[in-house]
Design a protein around this ligand. Structure first.
Ligand code: ARG
Length: 665
């Protein structure tokens, strides 16, 4: 049961009554309830707090405490709360009744779902996540998409929704033109025999570097011009004498600062470009290849176009490469414990693109502009291009076809795209175009996320920047987890408990967990700095800390020789004698609220925050309330039940993040 939602309903009912009796009262709308009725930040103010009286008092021009008293007089919460208290200027504080809390927990003990009811109105969600461009180096951003998407998918399912996880892989883009071209011209046969994937990755990198080189050469004059112009602007601004007018001078200083920043940016772009060009020129072999393949960019485009035109040779090569590319990615998914219901990549939609554009044109939604087919939108200044001048279709066209297909096949209520923030314009355009095209009944959401940064504050790069690099990332997390698990075990007062095999197995789980949790616990829209030390810390908001709380419970049960099934079946009463027990109980019954908060704005960090708080309260309880040596048998049983509920809630919560628990650490 979601207590917060229930309390909001009760307040809404009270306000509706008041509004009927006395017309100037207004019932706060849903968003008002959301903002004004919340969990209390501090136990001093009870468990929930309503801040409704103040805005209403302003409206009614009456003292807020009077308004609060009148709300309380109409508020019917006696079944779950003590008498509401009015505090300060007019806050209404609610404290859950202990007998009610104990009854809720008692019901959770015998419920496999821990008292979490499935959604009353299940909806169908397509979760579009991970979606790497195969055959191209996968970056850490794809791990973000994978773990965030996976966690949303699991949470939706747990709450009783129909969720379809669809991995919309990029398997039809220019990267294939690159490896096809590379395969035809630069293949090292022996290396290919040794490892298909490694050789394909090398070919991709080589061709990409050569294309990049020629593009860079072509763009160099433009960058140089930009620097020269910016230098002139700055010099001009510096030379201008002060006007004597303070306001005007301040403005001028501001303009100068901005121009200086532009200059610095232009210089750094130019330096970066020169560095990349020099890297090729300094390498005799690369320099020769670059000279001999001046038209490589066009050649790559031509190979891509041939593939898209169903050229037999290129299609055969694509079919030859795909299984190898997919196997490499699949290995990563296996390690992460992620699976999809569908993997329908861009190639799957290839045959539908022509019809999409024709339909858009027939409906008057797309028209020609500068030779390209465009959908003009109110929401964005730039139109969405669905077909290029040369006839090629685009990423956007493919995404429109995907929406059409998903509607035909699943009739979804919502489409969630877990993709990094750099694609926000694409999704803005896509959603706007889809609405025009007749899909306005669907909820479209771009679950955007920020960049993973290195220590230097620049986008985090693995050494090789490819899938192998990402595997290396997992390896290192597991290795470091192993060191921590071993040190922890060695330090146990009664000597180590774990075998070498145990330590290895636990390190796998703890290492991967740390990586996932570090990502999920961020506010997804912000950037964050990647740090092994932070993610594996035993204290703080980490998977390790939460997993440790779980393992502690399990260790109590082992030491006490507790039969968990019996304990649950006996359904003994739960006693909430001390503040630590009560605080733990309140956190336990708030699990449902955390899950709904995750789905309210698709933010898994709402769940990590909750689990961290629960683990904290458990830790206080553990320090203050002896369990196996409780003063009475009743209390021992009650505390064991609290331990068991905590462990189950932690395990369930972590499972929704795609994280496993370990029995011992
Ligand atoms: N393959 C794309 C990339 O790596 C992401 C695709 C996301 N999904 C979608 N339906 N556009 O940038």
């Amino acid at each position: 049961m979601n207590i917060l939602a229930e309390i909001r309903r009760r307040f809404a009912a009270a306000l509706a009554e008041l509004a009927q009796e006395e017309p100037p009262w207004t019932a706060a709308g849903e968003s008002g309830m959301r903002d004004l009725v919340r969990q209390s930040q501090d136990a001093k103010f009870g468990d929930y707090q309503a801040n409704l009286a103040m805005p209403l008092a302003k409206q009614l021009a009456r003292p807020p405490r009077d308004v609060a008293a009148q709300i309380v007089a109409h508020l019917d919460v006696a079944d779950l709360c003590h008498e509401p208290q009015i505090a300060g200027p007019g806050f209404i504080n609610l404290t859950l009744r202990d007998d009610w809390l104990a009854a809720r927990l008692g019901a959770a003990v015998s419920d496999a779902r821990l008292g979490i009811a499935p959604a009353a109105k299940p909806r169908t969600f397509i979760v579009d996540y991970s979606a790497p461009n195969v055959a191209k180096p996968m970056h850490v951003g794809h791990i973000r998409s994978t773990v965030i998407g996976d966690s949303l998918y699991r949470t939706l399912k747990f709450l009783g929704h129909r969720a379809i996880g669809d991995n919309h892989i990029g398997d039809w883009g220019t990267q294939f033109g690159m490896i096809i071209h590379g395969y035809k011209h630069f293949l090292d046969k022996a290396a290919y025999e040794r490892s298909h994937v490694d050789e394909l990755a090398r070919l991709y990198r080589l061709v990409n570097q050569l294309v990049d080189y020629h593009e860079g050469r072509a763009r160099l004059p433009e960058l140089e011009k930009r620097v020269a112009e910016a230098e002139q602007t700055v010099a001009g601004l510096r030379a201008a004498p002060p006007t004597g007018d303070a306001k005007a001078d301040k403005k001028a200083a501001q303009i100068l600062r901005r121009a200086e920043a532009d200059l610095a940016a232009a210089k750094s772009d130019l330096a970066e470009m020169r560095r990349r060009l020099a890297a090729v020129e300094a390498d005799a072999r690369l320099a020769r290849l670059a000279r001999d393949h001046a038209g490589i960019a066009e050649a790559v485009l031509a190979e891509t176009a041939k593939l898209h035109a169903d050229d037999a040779e290129n299609l055969a090569l694509w079919r030859q490469f795909m299984p190898d590319c997919m196997a490499a990615i699949q290995h990563l998914y296996d390690r992460l414990g992620v699976r999809f219901d569908e993997t329908l990549g861009e190639s799957f939609y290839h045959d539908r693109l022509r019809k999409v554009v024709d339909d858009l044109v027939a409906k008057g939604l797309a028209r020609e502009s500068g030779g390209a087919m465009c959908v003009f939108l109110e929401e964005t200044p730039a139109p969405m291009i669905v077909q290029k001048r040369d006839g090629a279709f685009l990423y956007a066209t493919s995404d429109l076809a995907t929406i059409q297909y998903r509607q035909e096949r699943w009739q979804p209520d919502a489409l969630l795209y877990v993709v990094d923030h750099r694609q926000s314009l694409h999704f803005q355009q896509l959603f706007a175009a889809a609405r025009l095209w007749g899909y306005g009944h669907m909820e479209f959401a771009h679950i955007s996320f920020g960049t993973v940064l290195g220590d230097d504050g620049r986008p985090f790069k693995t050494r090789s920047g490819d899938t192998v690099g990402l595997e290396g990332l997992l390896d290192e997390a597991v290795e470091r987890a192993h060191a921590i698990v071993s040190a922890n075990d060695d330090a146990k007062s009664d000597g180590p408990e774990l075998t070498a095999a145990d330590r290895k197995r636990i390190a796998q789980t703890v290492g991967i967990a740390a990586l996932k949790y570090a990502d999920l616990s961020q506010n997804r829209t912000s950037d964050y700095v990647f740090s092994y030390d932070k993610m594996l810390a035993m204290n703080g908001n980490t998977a390790t800390y939460v997993q440790y709380a779980y393992a502690r419970v399990r260790s109590i049960f082992r030491r006490g020789g507790v039969d968990v099934e019996r304990l649950r079946a006996d359904a003994a009463p739960i006693l909430l004698d001390t503040p630590a027990e009560r605080a733990l109980a309140v956190a336990l019954v708030q699990f449902a609220e955390a899950l709904e908060a995750v789905l309210a704005d698709y933010r898994p960090n709402q769940l990590t925050t909750y689990l961290f708080e629960l683990a904290n309260r458990y830790s206080t309880f553990f320090d203050q309330c002896p369990v196996l040596k409780a003063p009475s048998e009743e209390l021992r049983t009650s505390r064991l039940l609290l331990c068991d509920l905590t462990a189950r809630t932690l395990a369930q919560g972590l499972a929704l993040l795609g994280i496993d628990v370990v029995e011992q650490m």
